[in-house]
Write a protein of this length. Sequence first.
Length: 502
Amino acid sequence: MTARTYTNPVLNADWSDPDVVRVGDDFYLTASSFGRAPGLPLLHSRDLVNWTLVGHAVERLEPGSEFKAPRHDCGVWAPSLRHHDDRFWIFWGDPDQGIFQVNAPGVRGPWTRPHLVKEGKGLIDPCPLWDDETGEAYLVHAWAKSRSGIKNRLTGHRMHPDGTSLLDEGKVIVDGDRIPGWFTLEGPKLYKHDGWFWILAPAGSVETGWQGAFRSRGFFGPYEEKVVLEQKDTDVNGPHQGGWVRTPSGEDWFLHFQQRGAYGRVVHLQPMRWGADGWPVLGDDGAPVAVHPLPDLPPQPAAAPATDDDFPGGRFGRQWQWTANPQDGWATQHSGDGLRLACVRSADAHDLRKLPNVLTQRLPGTPSAVEVELRLHGEEPGARAGLAVLGDAFSWIGLQRGADGTVHLVHRFAEAVAEKERDADHPRLAPEGRARLRIEIGTGARCRFFYDIGDGLCPSGQVFAATPWRWVGALLGLFALAPVGPGHAGAASFTQFRITAL
């Protein structure tokens, strides 16, 4: 009988900068959500392998005035998730504002509104620690050079035990410039174990870096360091930045990300043990594992964050996020199934990257087909709606109302350097004002577009290679919009959204 095993990645989509905590028999994970709303996704598992999305900790990004329009690479960076004093706590850094915190009595809420713990530019990747032995509380964070001019160092603070403020100006407790060969030290996670303060922190940049461990008898140092996970001869580039968790039976595990281009940062699970020298050993003697025996936990049914959606009553599932804080009226609830999106008027109708009213979810990390049924109700000339692959470059296929009232099937794209979209194929008359849209995402996130306007499925345009933003993987998106003008511009309906493996 073969051992029960799992295969990495355990979350094969852009669940960037994961952190994990165990409460009882349950494991919870959160991840970066950048400029999308709602933010701070909350995932649940019983075995560290099968995860479901159970909610978000932040409904709207603060301050609201900063997130009326998309800020794709900004917002919620690298959160830390902890459970203390019978509450869940999440700390994160907004590189333009400072360190924020929310907390809740249960993972499903209600979560407090974001509280600014420390204001400042470039304060990122914060992680708290409550020392149960002394009653002291601490916080460590990293720096974004793009905002602060500082990088490659970790700063430590004493923190008020209620998590609302820091009690000092901070001290550099690890300076990566003083460690030969180390650069871009960031993403610290802080723990107390076996009488030591431990900081698990990555370095070396997202695509090529490694995972480090630091330990000291005192929080403010001095710390000694060791590389505990790196690519070695595997195909897992840059394996780093994540969290350590211990199971009820005492097994140790480490969840981290791997940068995979347009797919974003996928999540791997590594076995972890403590070596004879007292240092953690991750993976297979410091190399990532591809297949490994399951954690010693009760067997669980196969599960993954939801993707498909019938939009019952016009409501969309937890897997969807807007590209900025939403406004009332973008999506209308009704008595049937199907998503009804208003054709929001915009001066940026030529560039989906600038639109806040695009409803998105993560690009699947394996070859997949994405399908949705679309009907355009808007009578306004120029009203349009479609299915998009959205990144630094984008492409979409959908329907558009012409000046003469006819509806056309259109397929458009824009390169990363382009300021507006152009046709990816010739427009075709869609006499019934409806279409079935399909995108096949192949190896390397190469996307092929198809449509059915009554004559069967037909290919459209050239292959489109999905591209990420700087820190965010490419997204799938649904949208409806119209040119600037007076009055209501109508709506579009989406039904039967499906993602199937190819």
